[in-house]
Design a binder for this molecule. Structure first.
Ligand SMILES: O=C1O[C@H](COP(=O)(O)O)[C@@H](O)[C@H](O)[C@H]1O
Length: 446
């Protein structure tokens, strides 16, 4: 277990909203103890005392459910040293400050700083066993993802993916972890998991929140790059992978990358009927009026950024030829739901279809609708668990990679989405509108 965390971007939103609460949850459940230390760093000129106060405030806002004594225990383990993440001398001083032994350098930084920071870390003589963690986006396109992977593998001087840990919190979500176990172990699922039994799989990432002041980032990303190209493809890979060649993490990772490699996105003119892009217009969410996306502060309407994306994929393997996989994501929608919906083929052409709803991150885990004379609905609820980020951080600190995105996964995700992005930028798919608070544009299938 690595007990030293060097947190770059320690005063930013990612650290405040997600990482510190996840660490507090690990502390509260005894997964990390008194020997765990964090050195926070950023350009902000502050000292350890001020950083601890800032962290305590963030935890109060974002993790008030965690008992105060555990939050305080975490804040006492924090230190702060100002520095420039891209300057070799600053980074070397931070690594010295962290002391001997392996550390995790967590890059909660804008992606443009990844390569300079990794380069500075490589020159800082990290102890063997150290790891570098980074968040999506892993590159801006396939070429830059390949370059980032090359830099990570080369400069850390380690075998691929041992030292680099690409974070995707979707992989820490309870049902995504559970789904992986179901895929590996459950005979019922194994028996029906193919195109003969499954007509269509929907992966839904529907959010009811509008932008929440994130135009600076979101307006240059859009729904496809924000969640489809990463979180949703992670989920798709778990759903669609072949049984891995063995039980190890490496075999599972290879099975997931192979599933993405076999996936085909619509290209050229096909994109018009097999993809959809849309943005929300003024509407109502609950009791509140919501202005149109283009009227959100910081949005440039001429960019035509989509707040909704839908893509139909095929997977070119004997198992899946004939099944459609639909990825559908949007913001400012009527309800929030993240789900995998498996549509089973009916037994007769006029028979009722069965259905398996797998909630990715909701209160209800899995709902199976069986078609008797009356449909029978079987529902399971998940046990209380750590937040997704805490699972991912634990895997990272323990030296695992089961919840990490592999280098191949990062590249395949861009390969798959580039034709869609190209078709959209060539104007082959019109940008349509949907009212905020609605269910979004009509579905492409079903
Ligand atoms: O990475 C992101 O994910 C969130 C949705 O995930 P959640 O676990 O916070 O519900 C999304 O709102 C955001 O735009 C995206 O950048």
């Amino acid at each position: 277990m690595i007990t030293n965390l060097l947190l770059f971007g320690a005063t930013g939103d990612l650290a405040s909203d997600l990482l510190l609460p996840a660490l507090a949850a690990l502390r509260a459940t005894g997964r990390i103890g008194d020997d765990f230390t964090v050195i926070g760093t950023a350009r902000d000129d502050m000292d350890t005392k001020a950083f601890r106060e800032h962290a305590a405030q963030s935890l109060e806002e974002n993790a008030s459910h965690i008992p105060i004594e555990h939050r305080e225990a975490l804040t006492q383990s924090l230190r702060y040293q100002a520095g420039d993440a891209t300057k070799a001398e600053d980074v070397a001083a931070l690594v010295r400050e962290a002391g001997d032994g392996p550390l995790v350098a967590y890059l909660a930084l804008p992606p443009a700083l990844f390569i300079p920071c990794i380069t500075a870390l490589a020159a800082a003589d990290l102890s063997a066993g150290s790891r570098v963690a980074l968040e999506k986006p892993f590159g801006e396109d396939l070429d830059s993802a390949v370059e980032l992977n090359r830099v990570l593998a080369g400069l850390l001087g380690s075998a691929d993916d041992e030292a680099a840990y690409r974070i995707d919190h979707a992989l820490g979500m309870s049902t995504v972890r559970n789904l992986l176990d179901l895929r590996l172990n459950d005979p019922f699922l194994a028996a029906i998991w193919d195109a003969q039994h499954i007509e269509r799989v929907d992966v839904l990432w529907e959010e009811d929140d509008p932008l929440e002041g994130r135009a600076g980032y979101y307006d240059s990303a859009g729904a496809l790059k924000d969640v489809v190209q990463n979180h949703m493809l992670r989920v798709l890979a778990v759903v669609a992978m072949e049984p891995p060649a063995g039980p190890g993490e490496q075999e599972v990772k290879e099975a997931k990358v192979d599933a993405l490699r076999a996936a085909r996105a619509p290209q050229g003119d096909d994109a018009a009927s097999r993809t959809r892009r849309a943005r929300w217009a003024a509407g109502r969410l609950g009791d509140a009026d919501v202005p149109a996306y283009v009227d959100e502060e910081g949005v440039d309407p001429s960019r035509e950024t989509e707040t909704f994306a839908e893509v139909v994929l095929e997977i070119d393997t004997p198992r899946w030829r004939g099944t459609s996989f639909v990825l559908r994501a949007g913001k400012a929608l009527r309800v929030r739901r993240k789900e995998v919906v498996v549509h089973l083929r009916p037994l007769r052409p006029d028979g009722p279809p069965g259905r398996l709803d797998i909630g990715i991150d909701g209160p209800t885990d899995i709902t199976l609708t069986l078609q008797g004379s009356e449909p029978i609905i079987l529902t399971g609820t998940p046990p209380a668990s750590l937040p997704p980020y805490a699972h991912v951080l634990l895997d990272l600190l323990q030296g695992g990679s089961a919840l990490a995105v592999s280098s191949g996964g990062a590249e395949e995700s861009w390969r798959l989405m580039e034709p869609v992005l190209a078709a959209w930028s060539e104007g082959r798919v019109p940008l349509v509108e949907y009212p905020a608070g609605s269910d979004g544009p009509p579905r492409l299938l079903g």
